[in-house]
Design a protein around this ligand. Structure first.
Ligand code: SAM
Length: 275
């Protein structure tokens, strides 16, 4: 007979499309907990049905009331309780952070049962450097905010990983082409599912491809790191951005010119573009 699970909060990763990716440990834990906190009881209900498991489900997301969170935590203090999201790893662009934070503060054991996450699957398929990467969740939907985030993160010497949706892909690729020219990009789509694809190329090639073949389904965007020359340009953008937070464009340009020794006029022009 299996040892019963100790009370606590069990963070359980679930498949991102292919049900075969549920781990043996995830299945055992979901079958052994007293209750499962989940984003959507219909979605999790289908997974449980597939696994032949019947469990009490509690709807939970990070917008859940303090009362719901307190309820889940009071259960987890006495019994094993699982947290799952609709797909993939909870807390990764999904609910759970506040629950884990409060569980730890209350001395409730937290156990993570690892499994799929679309960000990591995309990184393994992209053919882009994987030694340093920065996962940044979803890009903002508004063009200005998206360009600002891209310029800020573009200064980081790492591969960037973003979650995206099909309707927003063209806009995101166009923004990358403009703000981070010269970067290699991968579009990883429908991972682990029937129509999985991962296409790596220049933003221009990808824009042309997806204009001809409008994408469907779920998407991860992977943006390669800056080359040496790009890194210097983006270091300058990052400095300008930081300076623009507190100064006018002319002052920001003067400050960055002092630090870098670059031409103040061209820095001013760049500062105006970034603003
Ligand atoms: N927690 C999940 C994880 O660990 O991957 C992510 C949840 S987030 C709300 C949903 C986003 O993840 C989608 O919009 C898409 O960007 C990405 N995603 C999830 N499943 C995917 C899949 N099978 N293929 C590509 N991207 C996926």
């Amino acid at each position: 007979m299996e040892t019963p699970l100790a009370p606590g909060l069990y963070i359980v990763a679930t498949p991102i499309g292919n049900l075969g990716d549920i781990s043996m440990r995830a299945t055992a834990v979901l079958g052994a907990v007293a209750a499962i906190a989940c984003e959507d009881t219909r979605v999790t209900g289908k997974l449980l049905q597939h696994l032949g498991i019947k469990r009490r489900m509690i709807r939970y997301d990070d917008h859940a009331s303090e009362e719901t969170r307190a309820h889940v935590l009071s259960l987890a203090a006495q019994e094993p309780v699982a947290l799952v999201s609709d797909a993939g790893t909870p807390l990764i662009s999904d609910p759970g952070y506040r629950l884990v934070r409060d569980a730890k503060a209350a001395g409730i054991p937290v156990v993570s049962i690892p499994g799929p996450s679309a960000a990591v699957v995309a990184l393994t398929l992209a053919g882009l450097p994987s030694d340093r990467f920065l996962f940044a969740g979803f890009l903002p939907s508004k063009a200005k905010a998206r360009a600002e985030v891209l310029a800020e993160l573009g200064a980081v010497r790492a591969t960037l990983v973003f979650y995206e949706t099909a309707p927003r892909l063209a806009g995101a690729l166009a923004a990358i082409a403009e703000v981070l020219p010269g970067r290699e990009v991968a579009v990883a789509r429908e991972l682990t599912k029937r129509f999985e694809e991962c296409r790596t190329g220049s933003p221009a090639d990808l824009i042309a491809h997806y204009a001809a073949h409008p994408p469907k389904g779920e998407i991860v965007l992977v943006v390669g790191p800056p080359g040496e020359a790009q890194a210097q340009d983006h270091d300058i953008d990052a400095l300008l951005f930081a300076a623009l937070k507190t100064s006018k464009a002319s002052q920001a340009a003067a400050e960055v010119a002092r630090i870098t020794g670059q031409d103040r006029k061209s820095l001013y022009a760049r500062a105006l573009e970034l603003k």
